[in-house]
Ligand binder design. Structure first.
Ligand SMILES: [Cu+2]
Length: 162
């Protein structure tokens, strides 16, 4: 009796099983240490109902603010400018506003890596902001405080950096 074909089959199946095991382990390692983990961690815990509107009313309803990043799409590690437009709630442009910028990553507890500043009032309620840079992918908050016409109010924009 010749048993060698069966033995050969066994050997092939052991080899197939071994390769499959290696592939599964490699995939698991990639997921834990590689792209799987890093791509999901930048979005993990981000509230699903975040509003990414670029025009928002300030918290007390005093102003309406529009952000216009000069970088589109927004990406990390690039110093760039923004333009802000400030209006009253009735839609009148607000000039001579004192504007302060802040922000950070709520999930990481850190602020902006730079201190963006309004460097120029462009008229008609528009302002140039210089020195904006983000250094990590994920969810950022961008806070704008506005003082004008004897009133002060602030607004937070949500950004998703790739
Ligand atoms: Cu961060």
């Amino acid at each position: 009796m010749n048993t060698s074909p069966t033995k050969q089959n066994d050997t092939i199946w052991w080899a197939v099983g071994g390769i499959a095991a290696v592939v599964i382990v490699a995939a698991a390692l990639w997921f834990v240490f590689g792209g799987g983990a890093s791509s999901s961690s930048s979005q993990a815990g981000v509230p699903s109902d975040l509003d990414f509107a670029t025009t928002r009313t300030t918290n007390q309803g005093v102003f309406e603010v529009t952000i216009e990043p000069a970088l589109d799409p927004l990406s990390i590690n690039q110093l760039h400018q923004w333009e802000l437009q400030v209006k009253t709630k009735d839609g009148q442009p607000v000039d001579d506003a004192e504007i302060t910028i802040g922000g950070g990553m709520p999930q990481h507890g850190h602020g902006l890596p730079t201190q963006p500043q309004v460097t120029e009032a462009l008229g008609n309620g528009s302002y140039r902001v210089e020195g904006v840079r983000f250094n990590m992918a994920g969810w950022w908050e961008f806070n704008v405080n506005i003082a004008a016409n004897g009133q002060s109010d602030d607004v937070t924009f949500n950004l998703s950096l790739q």
